[in-house]
Design a protein around this ligand. Structure first.
Ligand code: 5GP
Ligand code: MG
Ligand code: MG
Length: 178
């Protein structure tokens, strides 16, 4: 698996350091409140596990799975809910946890859907932000790292369901995609 990696973009240590900072910032912003962290399956799972443990106010967790119709690596903006939340979110403080914001289309749909259920507040925390490919504007409240327009894997992010368990963010050798 490691032999498929061309380059490490963000190391394990850099991830740990930045997540500590995000956790401290979120802890300060939500003082006196309780958070419902909503992880977007499956890419956000690894980040969710580390981020929630870096937050020192009470955090409940729930997950949603969405799929974007459309071929290949491009998101179409037509989103289908594959797994909905188990929790009732009305009146609660939601923290959406995403792996990466690329076109922004998935998140735009998700935010509209969640807003209609009357939460007390919604904020968005993404590990990675790839602004070069944005098609829909998304307000990111907490951003781990801004990355250039590469297809990245690791730390939850996959290529064909592989590489999610790499402990760093990297890019694959071109021959892997063939
Ligand atoms: P968006 O709707 O913002 O275009 O993208 C949504 C999803 O596409 C992300 O949450 C992620 O699952 C996937 N995605 C976008 N860019 C990348 C990437 O560089 N690497 C991987 N592995 N997945 C990506
Ligand atoms: Mg995602
Ligand atoms: Mg994927």
């Amino acid at each position: 698996m490691i032999n498929d990696v061309e380059r490490i973009l963000i190391s394990e240590a850099q991830l740990a350091e930045r997540i500590k900072e995000l956790g401290a910032q979120i802890t300060a912003d939500y003082a006196g409140k309780e958070i419902l962290a909503i992880g977007v399956l499956r890419g956000a799972v690894v980040f969710m596990a580390d981020l929630t443990r870096a937050i020192k106010v009470p955090v409940a967790i729930d997950f949603m799975a969405v799929s974007s119709y459309g071929a290949g690596t491009d998101s179409s903006g037509v989103v289908r809910i594959l797994k909905d939340l188990d929790e009732n979110i009305e009146g609660r403080h939601l923290l959406i946890v995403e792996d990466i914001i690329d076109s922004g289309l998935t998140l735009t749909y998700l935010l509209e859907n969640l807003k209609s259920r009357k939460p007390a507040s919604i904020k968005l925390c993404t590990l990675l932000n790839k602004p070069e490919r944005r098609k829909a504007e998304v307000q990111i409240d907490y951003n781990g790292f801004t990355v250039p327009d590469y297809f990245v894997v690791g730390y939850g992010l996959d290529f064909a369901e592989k590489y999610r368990n790499l402990p760093f963010i990297g890019i694959l050798k071109p021959e892997v995609y063939k």
